[in-house]
Design a binder for this molecule. Structure first.
Ligand code: LLP
Length: 421
């Protein structure tokens, strides 16, 4: 469920007309709904009710300060994967004890930043990383709480580019080597083992892979406890999928996922963390764009819009489907028109949808790409010298530009000329 609905024939974000925002901000832009963000966070929080838990929003999905602050105000923790995300979280006022540091290639500089600034735990992914973190911890005279990310060798049954839990993926330590690696961790004075971490992939539409992975983690918890390790915390990762199209709206809900967690690991007496990103922000955001031209091809009609693959790369990168809806509600009973929806970038890959049935559209009409809140703005680039597009946040009847569109001058002035030019 989200808060993007037609009112009096015009698509609204909560109480604000998308057409009104477009008139003031210009297209293309991203717009997020506060009520939807808050609702999705609470669904997870409630789903884990009864367990000692912390929902750590995976900031990589959308990391604008306003989004982080909105979620932090509800008690969210943050899952960060770089020094940049850590500083974003701190700047938004998230207490360090609610920040979890994940990632497969943490640098020494990043470790020094988070060890000196404070962190809830570091999820360690390899032995060399563990040894470097130990060195950094000893330098600062502290003990850093850690988990080890376990690769459970489970097929998440999602797109290959976002599956992370098979042994051939670069993530985590093979479960077969867990005993040995926890043994190493226990021997390092700068580290304090607090638990286990696992994350098997993103956009999971079936709960079974989670169940398989969490069962393995539960078994491992017993084994490691027998070895004398204090396993009091399980970070179970993110990954719950969202409906991108109306045909797959029967996906598992946070409540089902929470029940599964309770069933698989609830008896262990551990504090549970989860790291959802997409489900919190994905359907809380739209990408709004204008039709520039309609071009008649040989066998198809191209709807050329002013957003492109540099603004939303998911279709080009993952063959992702995003629903496209007109901002002006089409009359009931109108025959659909079929379009290839494309952007202006000079690549055939800059195609949002092929042979998509939409309302009849004209030059200048506004369209919205749904489910664009997660991995949309954060993955944008300035390819073709197209400036990053604005982000807008709506709350009830108000809206605010939470990241303005840079001018062309600002974009170009970031370049420096060497002395010889
Ligand atoms: N935790 C870890 C360690 C992760 O690597 C990720 C996502 C998450 C949590 C959050 O997963 P989520 O709940 O959002 O599924 N750009 C891709 C998705 C990449 C996901 C990367 N890791 C896309 O647009 O589909």
């Amino acid at each position: 469920m989200d808060h993007f609905i037609y009112r009096k024939g015009v698509l609204h974000a909560e109480g604000v007309s998308i057409a009104k925002i477009a008139a003031q901000v210009g297209t293309p832009f991203y717009v997020y709904s506060t009520a939807t963000l808050e609702r999705h966070f609470r669904l997870f929080d409630e789903a884990l009710g009864g367990l000692d838990h912390l929902v750590c929003y995976a900031m990589k999905a959308a990391s604008n300060q306003a989004i982080i602050k909105t979620l932090a105000a509800l008690g969210a923790g943050m899952d960060v994967v770089s020094g940049g995300e850590y500083i974003r979280a701190i700047t938004a006022g998230v207490p360090p004890e609610r920040i979890v540091f994940s990632g497969v290639g943490k640098t020494r500089a990043e470790m020094e930043m988070i060890v000196s600034g404070g962190v809830r735990q570091v999820n360690v992914e390899s032995e060399p990383e563990m040894e470097l973190l130990n060195t950094v911890a000893l330098k600062f005279g502290v003990q850093v709480p850690i988990t080890v990310r376990i690769n459970p060798d489970v097929d998440a049954k999602t797109h290959a580019k976002i599956a992370t839990g098979r042994s051939e993926n670069k993530f985590g330590i093979p479960i077969s080597r867990a005993k040995e690696v926890y043994g190493l961790a226990a021997s390092l004075n700068g580290l304090k083992v607090v638990g286990i971490d696992v994350h098997i992939g993103s956009q999971l539409t079936d709960l079974e892979p989670f169940a398989q992975a969490y069962r393995k983690i539960a078994d491992l918890t017993h084994i490691l406890r027998q070895d004398g390790h204090e396993i009091n915390r399980l970070d179970l990762g993110g990954g719950l999928g969202i409906p991108y199209s109306r045909s797959n709206e029967t996906l598992p809900l946070p409540k089902d996922y929470g029940d599964l967690i309770k069933r698989e690991v609830g008896h262990l007496g551990c504090e549970v963390e989860i790291e959802p990103g997409r489900l919190i922000v994905g359907n809380a955001g739209l990408l709004v764009s204008s039709v520039i031209y309609i071009k008649e091809g040989e066998g198809q009609k191209f709807l050329i819009v002013d957003a492109a693959m540099n603004d939303l790369i998911r279709p080009a990168m993952y063959e992702a489907h995003h629903e496209i809806v007109p901002v002006n509600e089409p009359p009931v009973g109108q025959e659909p028109h079929t379009y290839d929806v494309v952007g202006p970038v000079c690549e055939s890959g800059d195609t949002f949808a092929k042979q998509r049935d939409l309302a009849e559209l004209y030059d200048g009409d506004l369209v919205a790409f749904r489910s664009a809140g997660a991995y949309g703005a954060v993955m944008a680039s300035e390819y073709n010298s197209r400036p990053l597009i604005p982000e807008v946040l709506v709350k009830e009847d108000e809206f605010a530009v939470i990241r303005p569109r840079p001018t062309l001058e600002e974009m170009i002035n970031r370049d420096n000329l060497p002395v010889w030019l």
